[in-house]
Ligand binder design. Structure first.
Ligand code: PGA
Length: 249
């Protein structure tokens, strides 16, 4: 009932020659059995939308401002992403939380701004290594969910990405039991807050060092509806096996 999603986050990587990776991706998956999303740097969004035209490959932003317009040098609004052809935006990625001191409240407002423009928000949450070692993971997840999600949302306009900070870009991946524990917990929290219908329908992605070689076992975990992939989304030849693993899950 939940359509699976393979999402790639290029972060601050890629100039126009990287568009060739999108072409390779669409050629490798002419009729994908799962949703595919690539979030390139903002400078490439318009061109990426053109490259992905007439293919289900969706293009998203990596962040948006909470305001629609205004004096915010260097920032990009949800309306601008929408205008450029994006259909998704990441909110609350741990690198935004760390590099730009983004709080749960800011992330909630960004998520609302995304929804107001008709974008699908991929709201990212996850604990640090210190928090996990102190056995605080589920409390941190509960707090981030409570603070980063608006009171009103739908399963169509919201995706959750669970990304343990210590697994991002490190090659370290939680055990499947650890992933399952957090995903099941997120599912329960969503059902409690938004009701069973919405709570059961929101997609929950896992992110953090997902590769072709570990995708099968991660996608077999309960309540894992796809992945948010950084490093392994930059090259079509690395991302493609993850898409295939998700199609076969
Ligand atoms: P990674 O990044 O796949 O390179 O670990 C994941 C992410 O930050 O979304």
């Amino acid at each position: 009932m939940r359509r699976k999603l393979a999402a790639g986050n290029w972060k601050m990587n890629g100039t126009s020659d990287a568009l060739a990776q999108l072409t390779a991706l669409r050629n490798a998956h002419p009729t994908p059995g799962v949703d595919i999303l690539i979030c390139p740097p903002a400078t490439l969004i318009s061109a990426a939308v053109v490259t992905a035209a007439d293919h289900p490959l969706a293009i998203g932003g990596q962040d948006c401002h909470m305001a629609q317009i205004g004096a915010h040098t260097g920032d990009i609004s949800a309306a601008m992403l929408k205008d450029a052809g994006a259909s998704y935006v990441l909110t609350g990625h741990s690198e935004r939380r760390t590099d730009h001191n983004e709080t749960d409240e800011m992330i909630r407002n960004k998520t609302k701004a995304a929804h107001a423009e008709g974008l699908i928000a991929v709201v990212c949450i996850g604990e640090t290594l210190k928090e996990r070692e102190a056995a605080n993971t589920l409390d941190i997840i509960a707090g981030q969910l409570a603070g980063s999600l608006p009171d009103v949302l739908t399963a169509e306009n919201t995706v959750i990405a669970y990304e343990p900070v210590w697994a991002i870009g490190t090659g370290k991946v939680p055990t499947t039991n650890q992933i399952g524990e957090v995903h099941d917990y997120i599912r329960t929290k969503l059902e409690q807050r938004y009701g069973a219908g919405v709570g059961k329908s929101i997609r929950i992605l896992y992110g953090g060092s997902v590769k072709g070689s570990n995708a099968d076992e991660i996608f077999a975990v309960s309540n894992v509806d796809g992945a948010l992939v950084g490093g392994a989304s930059l090259k079509a030849e690395d991302f493609s096996p993850i898409i295939t693993a998700l199609e076969n899950a």
